[in-house]
Write a protein that binds this ligand. Structure first.
Ligand code: GUN
Ligand code: ZN
Length: 425
């Protein structure tokens, strides 16, 4: 099926934080999609054709769909849980909530709600942690396949320091992950992420098994957590007394490389930063979560200077919003506290092409380039009275993007397309 989608199109081909001419913007633009892919992009006057069905989104902006490279599917009912920092928060709220995902009916209901929420917030691809129960990953992949969404997900592997109801064993975790990889990885748009939760909840035996899985499936992502909070780091190093530092635990087990997504990566030592850069391992910034759990302030400029590729993510349910706009808002404020600046053009690059680069998927998603998948978000910069009033004095595209970044949320999402298909309304 071919269709023309009309609006103000914006797509990045470089990082605005590094180069001046980083994006293409068409004020009266159009995208032609064919069978779920972008066939052409340009000026409406050039691309219009008789008999081509048109959807008119003027005056809204059309960008590549947002990408959320770190969040937890079984924490949809953990979001907004009061009063704790990471380790207490996990024990008090998170592990009990994740235990419920042993029930496939609960997992299926929540998977449907979770994907609805992602789409209503303009997010078209996510890298999601599931619970330790393989049925939670089956539920999420089943719901993603039904919507033709490109989902990266994995069941968490965790075999200690949590209630029995959320634990696996090294062998069970390996076998379940293996079965899920065979069932889902590379089928349609689904991809599997090998998912050791973090070093605290995995024995050395289990991390060895995750290393084996990674060697056997080098095209799978690996997702975990690194250096989020001081108490976590202290406990981690006490559990792995021979490790030089936190990253060394993952390094020793063969997990480092461009497929490794390290959630948080806040309190890093110089050696860890150097090894992440040398191995191409990714750091994922989770601003709303880092503020909510009181974890710390991510050093974007420091990691950039070291040559580390970074992503920016919601970390639901430690994070407090499904919105990548609100995530960029809080990201801006964290960088302010560090004396760093997040320019709106760099922010919107980060949530689209930047996150696609972090996932190694920029050949398929994150831009409006012809040949890539037609995952799109349509943004209304006047969605609320406060936004409309502020927009009266806005003169540049960058100013408009900043209004969306600071004041926008799901109310600013006019439509979300997955593989050329409108998913809202
Ligand atoms: N570290 C280990 N598990 C988690 C989790 O579920 N959320 C966050 N924010 N950090 C973690
Ligand atoms: Zn997380």
């Amino acid at each position: 099926m071919r269709q023309l989608i009309r609006g103000r199109t914006l797509s990045f081909h470089a990082d605005p934080a590094e180069t001046g001419k980083a994006f293409t913007y068409h004020h009266d633009g159009a995208i032609i999609t064919r069978d779920g892919r972008i066939e052409a992009i340009g000026d409406y006057a050039t691309l219009r054709a008789p008999d081509l069905p048109e959807i008119d989104h003027r005056p809204h902006l059309i960008l590549p769909g947002f990408i959320d490279p770190h969040l937890h599917f079984p924490q949809v009912q953990v979001i907004a849980s009061w009063g704790a920092q990471l380790l207490d928060w996990l024990n008090t709220y998170t592990f009990p909530a994740e235990a419920r995902f042993a029930d496939p009916a609960h997992a299926a209901t929540m998977a449907d709600a979770f994907l609805r929420l992602l789409l209503s917030h303009g997010t078209t691809t996510a890298a999601a942690f599931c619970s330790s129960h393989p049925q939670s990953a089956d539920a999420l992949f089943t719901a993603a396949r039904a919507r033709n969404m490109a989902m990266i997900a994995g069941k968490v592997m965790m075999d200690r320091n949590a209630p029995d109801a959320v634990l696996d064993t090294p062998q069970q975790g390996y076998d379940d992950s293996k079965r899920l990889i065979e069932t889902w990885h590379g089928h349609g748009r689904q991809r599997y992420a090998i998912t050791p939760r973090f070093a605290i909840t995995s024995t050395p035996e289990q991390l060895a098994m995750t290393g084996q899985l990674a060697r056997e499936h080098p095209d799978c992502h690996i997702q975990t957590h690194l250096s989020e909070n001081h108490a976590e780091i202290e406990l981690t190093l006490s559990l792995y007394p021979k490790a030089r530092d936190y990253l060394d635990i993952y390094e020793t087990h063969g997990l480092l490389g461009p497929k490794l997504l390290l959630g948080h990566s806040i309190h890093l030592k110089p050696r860890e930063i150097a090894r992440m850069a040398e191995t191409g391992s990714r750091a994922i910034f989770c601003p709303t979560s880092n503020l909510f759990l009181g974890s710390g302030l991510f050093d974007e400029a420091g990691l950039r200077a070291a040559g580390i590729t970074t992503g920016i993510a919601t970390d639901i349910g430690g994070g407090t919003s499904y919105s990548m706009l609100q995530t960029l808002n809080e990201g801006y404020k964290i960088l302010q506290l560090r004396g760093q600046k997040l320019h709106p053009l760099a922010a919107f690059h980060w949530a689209t092409r930047g996150n696609a680069l972090a996932l190694g998927m920029a050949d398929r998603i994150g831009t409006l380039d012809p040949g890539t998948d037609a995952d799109l978000v349509v943004l209304n910069s006047r969605a609320t009275p406060a936004m409309a009033l502020r927009m009266e004095t806005v003169e540049t595209l960058a100013e408009e993007l900043f209004v969306l970044q600071i004041l926008g949320d799901d109310r600013a999402i006019a439509q979300t397309y997955v593989a050329g298909k409108p998913m809202l309304g």
